[in-house]
Design a protein around this ligand. Structure first.
Ligand code: AMP
Length: 140
C-alpha cells in the first residue's frame, strides 16, 4: 500500500490525523463527506493506495473507486432528494484539483444550481456532516 506524502490532506484523513465524516469504507477505499460541499451530500471517494490523480493511479484503484461510486450514487440521491449527480475527477491545478490525491466527487445536482471546481462551498459543521452521513449510510 503506497502512503501519501506526510503533508497530504487526504493522507492525513486516512490516518485519522484530521477529522472526516465517513460514509462508507472497506479495505480498498474510504468515502467521506466534502467539508466544503458544492451541494449538501457532496461525497468523496478515495483509494487507500496513494496516487496523485486518475492517470498516475493503478488501474485497479480507479476501477475499485468507480465500483464504489456506482454503489453510492443511489444512496446519495435518496438521502438528498437529488434527481441527478455529477461524478468528477479533477486532474491538475488548471482543472481545479486542489488536493493531489486521486478522488472522485459525487455531487448531488438540482435544477438551476451551479457548481464550481475553483471555489469551496460553505464549510459544514460537524453536526451537519454527521446528519448527512447518517442519511446516506441508511440508504446503503
Ligand atoms: P479537488 O478540488 O478536485 O482537488 O477537490 C478537493 C475537495 O476536497 C474539495 O471539494 C474540497 O472542498 C475538499 N476538501 C478539502 N479539505 C477537506 C477536508 N478536510 N475534509 C473534507 N473535504 C475536504
Amino acid at each position: 500500500m503506497r502512503e501519501a506524502p506526510a503533508d497530504n490532506i487526504f493522507g492525513k484523513i486516512l490516518k485519522g490525523e484530521i477529522p472526516s465524516t465517513e460514509v462508507y469504507s472497506d479495505n480498498h477505499v474510504y468515502c467521506f463527506l466534502d467539508l466544503y460541499p458544492q451541494n449538501p451530500g457532496h461525497t468523496l471517494v478515495i483509494p487507500r493506495n496513494y496516487s496523485a490523480n486518475v492517470v498516475e493511479a493503478d488501474e485497479s484503484d480507479v476501477f475499485t473507486c468507480l465500483r464504489v461510486v456506482r454503489k453510492l450514487i443511489p444512496a446519495v440521491k435518496a438521502a438528498t432528494g437529488a434527481a441527478g449527480v455529477s461524478v468528477l475527477a479533477n486532474m491538475g491545478r488548471d482543472a481545479g484539483q486542489m488536493v493531489e490525491y486521486l478522488h472522485f466527487h459525487i455531487i448531488p445536482r438540482h435544477p438551476g444550481d451551479s457548481i464550481s471546481m475553483y471555489e469551496l462551498g460553505e464549510q459544514q459543521t460537524p453536526e451537519q456532516l454527521a446528519e448527512m452521513a447518517a442519511r446516506i449510510r441508511a440508504e446503503l
